[in-house]
Design a protein around this ligand. Structure first.
Ligand SMILES: NC(=O)N[C@@H](CC(=O)O)C(=O)O
Ligand SMILES: [Zn+2]
Ligand SMILES: [Zn+2]
Length: 426
């Protein structure tokens, strides 16, 4: 069974390929990429890709699938369907489920459910501490054996520095990546939105940028001392940047991530007490957006992930202070991130590096690529097509995004995953 994609712009960050040409898939594997592949046989599915980009599936290392325990918000089936439509063919899912994924049993359960019903590859991330309570380390060796790809207490920072130091050393033994949700809980206590003029105007308690930067600095110091890499999740403020720069110069092992909402939306979104824009860390200011883009350009931040965080109306259609933090991300990751290319912040290949090869490297997996023999994980993307965000288009069970009603540019048209062609063009 052969699938031939014709005349698309082929982009493969693993090999640095960027040219207009053809891609041949045979029996679910990449057979070749060339300027012109002519085949005379019948039985070939030909796909015209003129004007489109063809690249490997994205690897989103920060997703909340909510299973087990909060299946009314999302489950492994619906979350991975949203991923597929978003061009994300591998997701790493955070452990803040119910129960918390802090045991081999929960990790195996997630993998079992993924095998039964996931549309894309699922990598479970297990908790750093038992119950994500920040008191006692979970059993990294057993978790890794059960299939944990990394450890994180995402949703919470491991505020006890001695414990975090031990976690880094312990993780190093098992070559497990450690992902930190950088937020000093004392500084952000009861905070709702970014601390500043808008929080004052709305009468909501603010979350200062120091809550994030203090956490970033501590984690960098511990990474230095333990000579163990730490991955800093969803960075949002400009104050981090000089410290990231310093850490790079010092050769401290770390990687940093941001999400499209932190270089697209500002705190203004919460005016009118819009709970759909309530997210942690909070949306910040134009200046922060500018700094985050610059950090991406300079390579201080080298991963873009969605932090897809579904919540139902039960958690969102309530008073602002009672609403849960989080917004959907999987289906908006590519269109919003492509704005960085349009604005000249990153080249197409660099952007794909941040969404395919860098997260793969951090998670110690072979990235999706167009190398001969690789599994076919292929996205056909139209960078020009505009589409409106509606509840119908959203594949997640939850619809919590401040982008509802807005028009985005750039659309995933087709996904080829092994032998199956999905047309997202509806
Ligand atoms: N980002 C969020 O606002 N919420 C996340 C937790 C997290 O990523 O810290 C969630 O699980 O809902
Ligand atoms: Zn987090
Ligand atoms: Zn998260």
């Amino acid at each position: 069974m052969k699938i031939l994609l014709k005349k698309g712009r082929i982009l493969d960050p693993s090999s640095g390929l960027d040219f207009v040409g053809d891609l041949l898939i045979e029996d679910g594997n990449i057979r070749g990429v060339e300027r012109d592949i002519e085949l005379s046989e019948k039985n070939i599915t030909m796909l015209d890709c003129q004007g489109k980009l063809i690249f490997p599936g994205l690897v989103d290392m920060h997703v909340h699938l909510r299973e087990p325990g909060e299946e009314w918000k999302e489950d492994i089936e619906s979350g991975t369907r949203a991923a597929l439509y978003g061009g994300v063919l591998r997701v790493a899912c955070m452990p803040n489920t119910k129960p918390v994924n802090d045991s081999p049993e929960v990790t195996s359960y997630i993998l079992k459910r993924a095998k039964e019903k996931a549309w894309v590859t699922v990598y479970p991330i297990s908790a750093i501490t038992k119950g994500q309570e920040g008191k006692e380390l979970s059993e990294f060796g057993r978790l890794k054996k059960a299939g944990a790809i990394a450890v994180s207490d995402d949703g919470k920072w491991v505020a006890n520095s001695a414990l975090m130091k031990r976690a880094l050393l312990y993780a190093k033994n098992f070559d497990l990546p450690v992902i930190s949700h950088c937020e000093d809980p004392f500084l952000s206590f009861k905070g709702q939105i970014n601390e500043g003029k808008i929080s004052a105007k709305l009468g909501l308690k603010g979350i200062p940028s120091s809550a994030e930067t203090i956490a970033v600095i501590r984690d960098l110091l511990l990474a230095k001392e333990t000579e163990t890499s730490v991955h800093l999740a969803h960075l949002s403020v400009k104050e981090n940047i000089p410290f990231l720069k310093w850490a790079k110069e010092e050769g401290i092992p770390f990687t940093a991530e941001t999400c499209p909402h932190y270089f697209t939306l500002t705190e203004k979104e919460v005016e009118g007490y819009n709970t759909l824009a309530k997210v942690n860390p909070p949306l910040r200011t134009e200046e922060d957006i500018y700094a985050i883009k610059n950090a991406l350009k300079e390579g201080y931040i080298e991963v873009i992930a969605s932090d897809h965080a579904p919540h139902s109306p039960l958690e969102k259609e309530v008073e602002f202070e009672l609403a849960s933090f989080g917004m959907l991300g999987l289906q908006f990751l590519l269109p919003l991130s492509f704005n960085l290319v349009r604005e000249g912040v990153l080249s197409e290949l660099k952007l794909l590096e941040y969404m395919i090869t860098n997260p793969s490297k951090i998670l110690r997996v072979t990235p999706p690529s167009f190398k001969e023999g690789a599994l076919a994980e292929v996205i056909v993307f139209d960078p020009e097509e505009e589409w409106k965000v509606t509840e119908e288009i959203i594949q997640s069970k939850s619809k919590n995004t401040p982008l509802l009603g807005k028009t985005l540019k750039g659309k995933v048209k087709m996904i080829i995953l092994q032998k199956t062609i999905y047309r997202a063009d509806t």
